[in-house]
Design a protein around this ligand. Structure first.
Ligand code: DC
Length: 661
């Protein structure tokens, strides 16, 4: 059902401000390490905030293949049953690490000291990346690792080799090489030391220390002794400062912004972006500083500020290398000239970030000049237009933020990769106020039952030729399926699993209301009072709502979607183009319900129905998860005195304000 990923593009409306609070996805480097070190620790490591991207999942699957029991990930939660330093088992085949260089380089060190043979492979691109930088020093420790003649994977590691501790001055500054050798050092005879020519990310050292394993830090040298043990801890993975960076820039440049970015990792090897933005005049406060699993964490409050151009200090460049696409947007909005030098590495990232950013900025009318190792940007106004991200996720997200100060809408092409590094970016950004969507329009129609939303939504969808999502039906189907399988309506975990696995289809035209569950027509069954009551119970369970979230978003397919429910505009499609909240007085809704029941041959007392509706309203609007309430940007439509035809016409008029339909 999801649209072709190759065609993912962002449409961003100009203007707006970023407000509220946001927790961006977990740090990738720390997510990898939490699995690796959790696996070889003694005891159970409970991870939350885990980044569910392909790379960290490759690490997770590798350890599962080596006999480590790992539950999850589910909504960022993973439980790792540590097997201790010597408890890993030989996998039954090669370990496929996908596209993840971090997994391959760190695992080569960790696995060089095991008793079993293992082969590391990856996708086409990973198999072409240089591995000698790790295999050579590992060979100096006595490891036996076969590579291709070019020094690339597959890496064939022979087990049972006793490793010797070494003292290694790294020729290039690389956190992956340093981490690889420290992990090998856990299995070597004595004290392994690594010296780095320039500071690199120190997440491995910090997590080792956080798990009670001593690492001596002395200037640029890190040493550890073998023979210790790691002790499991709970790790709430800090939010990735590289993902937070887009919002630091967005809130800084958009007038009226005030945004709290929660639980962000502020490891000093990563905070160049904060330093550079502050030098440009940004208003960023670090609140509630704390330490999690050895890593410093804080909530970042960022308010809009008048920025000015600067010469970016050379020593900050390596500490902000991934954040330059976002920083270039800040520079484009700053007064005066910003000059970056010493950043030639940007040319060999996921794209040539100097050239691609310069091209994109110029397409939006910004004066930007690419130089061999940086960029010169004269701040001023930003126009609307069309930018090609060249498949580079950070470039796509950076230009999305530029729209906050643009004179017209910005369309960004080739954005599919955003979801790997920042799952849910569009929804997160829309929730805090960015006018972003995928170009497939969604109209949300929320409201209490009896407001007429089901009928109005179907008719609107039919008239526009849009798809239709009856989200209430999903909750009803779940209740029915649970009943059929004897799953208790309070068994949250089992219900959430069931949500993910059910085969649900709406095969017919919108007006036919046909629903198939596992191929069976359940259209009538789900409309029973029992299914309705069951739906109301399962709808109150947070894990069920979470599990249904992606399934509901999958309905967003061209040419458009009308989504009917309770939380369509607030939670499921916060970036919807048009949002309507239908209401009607409780008395009118009770009257409609009595009439409906009478048609079904049931005669109920009006006052009972009214009392029931009032109680349901109270329950729905006061529940903790996704309570029934209009989105801040929803149009209210009271249908108390409207018949269906008039209600549909009124809804169409409201939609027309936002969509040319
Ligand atoms: O709209 P309906 O009566 O078919 O909904 C069935 C139940 O599901 C109802 O109790 C409300 C709940 N629901 C919800 O919580 N969120 C939605 N988006 C849709 C329905």
């Amino acid at each position: 059902m999801p649209s072709n990923p190759a065609n993912v593009c962002f449409h961003v409306r100009p203007g707006g401000a970023l407000k509220g609070r946001l927790r961006v996805p977990g740090d990738k480097s720390i997510s990898h390490r939490s699995i690796m070190l959790g696996a070889i620790a003694e005891g159970v490591t409970r991870i939350s905030g885990f980044l569910e991207g392909e790379d960290s999942l490759a690490t997770l699957n590798a350890f599962r293949a080596m006999g480590v029991a790992i539950e999850g990930p589910e909504a960022g939660k993973v439980t790792v049953q540590g097997v201790g330093l010597h408890g890993l088992k030989a996998p039954s085949g090669p370990l496929d690490l996908g596209n993840s260089g971090t997994s391959m380089r760190l695992l080569s060190g960790l696995l060089a000291g095991q008793q079993f043979d293992v082969e590391l492979i990856g996708d086409y691109s990973l198999m072409g990346r240089p591995m000698r930088r790790v295999t050579e020093p590992l060979a100096a420790m006595g490891a036996q690792i076969g590579t291709t003649p070019q020094g690339t994977a597959p890496l064939r590691i022979t087990g049972g080799r006793g490793l010797k501790a070494i003292d290694y001055p790294m020729p290039v500054a690389s956190a992956q090489v340093k981490s690889c050798l420290l992990l090998a050092g856990l299995y070597a005879d004595g004290r392994t030391c690594v010296t780095e020519p320039a500071p690199t990310r120190d997440h491995t050292e910090r997590m080792l220390q956080g798990m009670g394993y001593a690492v001596d830090v002395n200037g640029a040298t890190r040493c550890l002794e073998s023979g210790g043990n790691l002790h499991a801890v709970n790790i709430d993975v800090p939010a990735d400062i590289s993902s937070a960076a887009f919002f630091l820039v967005g809130a800084s440049i958009a007038p009226g912004s005030d945004l709290l970015l929660e639980h962000v990792g502020i490891n000093p090897t990563r905070t160049g972006v904060i330093k550079i933005l502050r030098l440009m005049g940004a208003d960023i406060e670090l609140l509630n500083g704390r330490e999690i699993g050895g890593e410093p964490v804080a909530d970042l409050r960022v308010r809009s500020a008048k920025l000015h151009g600067i010469d970016i200090p050379l020593e900050q460049v390596p500490l902000a290398i991934d954040e330059f696409p976002a920083l270039f947007i800040a520079a484009a909005c700053a007064e005066g000239r910003t000059i970056l030098t010493g950043a030639e590495e940007l040319r060999v990232k996921e794209s040539d970030r100097i050239q691609v950013m310069a091209d994109g900025l110029r397409a939006l009318g910004v004066k930007a000049e690419a130089t061999p190792d940086g960029m010169i940007i004269d701040g001023g106004s930003i126009g609307g237009g069309h930018v090609d991200s060249q498949g580079d996720h950070r470039i796509a997200m950076s230009f999305a933020m530029a729209a906050l100060r643009a004179a017209g809408p910005i369309r960004i092409d080739d954005c599919a990769n955003v979801d790997t590094s920042f799952p849910g970016f569009v929804q997160h950004a829309a929730t805090v106020g960015l006018g972003i969507d995928h170009g497939v329009p969604v109209i949300t129609i929320d409201g209490p039952s009896g407001s007429g939303k089901g009928t109005v939504s179907r008719l609107v969808a039919q008239q526009l030729g849009f798809h239709f999502l009856d989200s209430g039906a999903l909750y009803r189907i779940l209740a029915l399926a649970a009943h059929q399988r004897d799953i208790g309506l309070d068994d949250e975990a089992a219900l959430a699993d069931l949500c993910r696995s059910l085969d649900i289809r709406f095969p017919a035209a919108v007006e036919q209301e046909q629903v198939l569950l596992e191929g069976q027509d359940v259209s009538d069954q789900i409309r029973s009072e029992a299914a309705g009551a069951g739906a109301s119970r399962v709808a109150a369970l947070p894990k069920v709502r979470q599990a249904l979230l992606e399934r509901q978003r999958d309905f967003r397919i061209a040419p458009g979607l009308v989504a009917d429910g309770r939380d369509m505009g607030t939670v499921v499609f916060p970036d919807a183009e048009a949002k309507i909240f239908l209401t009607a007085s409780a008395e009118e809704r009770a009257k409609r319900r009595c009439k409906q029941l009478k048609e079904k041959g049931m005669d109920l007392v009006y006052s009972d129905v009214l009392a029931d509706i009032a109680a349901r309203d109270e329950r729905d609007s006061s529940r903790a998860v996704a309570p029934l309430r209009p989105a801040a940007d929803a149009e209210l439509l009271d249908t108390t005195n409207l018949d269906i035809e008039a209600a549909v016409a009124a809804a169409r008029r409201l939609i027309k304000k936002y969509l040319n339909r």
